[in-house]
Design a protein around this ligand. Structure first.
Ligand code: BTN
Length: 256
């Protein structure tokens, strides 16, 4: 395959006229999420890609191995211009955008494992870490960090992983994919009021037996996703509402 690199000029051209007024491509950074968090004068519409990260961060305090040039390590900023208690919706919006972009661009059949892992063939293809930050002027921003396994996937002992080039063997232009992803992110953010209805169509967790790993562990059946993004599960007839915060959900027989 010919060298397929993110290119700032090409990406800017492809995203002209969108909300992404500040796009940057860094060669190497500790974490694109941390980089955006530390940015003075943060605004909405910032998108920072890195070719590699030295301190990539995942959910629940985990690391995100980020040494494969060719993978996507991206963080975007969304101004929270809606009630702050709905800020977690930004993470659900990001998940829908990634799933739709991957399916449209590569034709890969993927879905969302609640809350926001993107999964194909029952293996993890992408992880999303959303954090909240506040600017000096007092506005809140959601920083959505998106790690997509494109050229390779880290071997994680606890979960199976997969990468795009394993499932899609044709040539492609990474800048075109990145631009499509940014456009889908803009769409989901601009239509955040009904993001959960689109999320539910993408979510593969509902209807499955799952193990909830919080402080303790229990198994239950996932029944629904509520308007606020919480997962509704049923355990021995009892309905329980699960908040995405620090919880991990696993399938009983496999990762999903
Ligand atoms: C997960 O644990 O599944 C979330 C992984 C999120 C990784 C991305 S890569 C870009 C951004 N920068 C980080 O440090 N983390 C996120």
């Amino acid at each position: 395959m010919t060298k397929n690199r993110l290119d700032e000029k090409e990406l800017k051209k492809l995203t002209k006229g969108t909300m992404w007024k500040k796009t940057e491509i860094l060669d190497k950074v500790d974490s694109t999420n941390t980089y955006l968090k530390k940015t003075k004068n943060i605004t909405g519409g910032m998108a920072v890609f890195a070719r590699s990260q030295t301190g990539g961060r995942g959910r629940r305090g985990k690391n995100w191995v980020s040494d494969t040039e060719g993978n996507i390590y991206l963080s975007v900023s969304f101004l929270i211009n809606f009630p702050i208690e709905n800020a977690p919706l930004a993470g659900f919006a990001a998940a829908v955008a990634v799933a739709v972009a991957i399916r449209e661009f590569f034709g890969i059949n993927c879905g969302i494992k609640w809350p926001n892992d993107i999964v194909a063939e029952n293996k993890k293809l992408c992880g999303i870490l959303c954090e909240l930050t506040r600017s000096e002027s007092g506005e809140y921003y959601a920083i959505c960090g998106i790690g997509i396994n494109i050229a390779d996937a880290p071997d994680l002992t606890e979960i199976p992983t997969v990468y795009i080039e394993k499932l899609y063997e044709k040539e492609y232009n990474i800048n075109r994919f990145a631009a499509l992803l940014l456009k889908k992110l803009e769409f989901e953010y601009s239509n955040i009021n009904d993001v959960i209805s689109r999320y539910k169509k993408e979510c593969i967790t509902v209807g499955r037996e799952v193990k909830i790993i919080a402080g303790s562990e229990f198994t239950a059946v996932a029944e629904d996703v509520e308007k606020d993004g919480c997962l509704i599960v049923r355990k021995n007839g009892e309905k329980i509402k699960i908040n995405s915060g620090e919880v991990s959900v696993r399938g009983i027989y496999n990762y999903c």
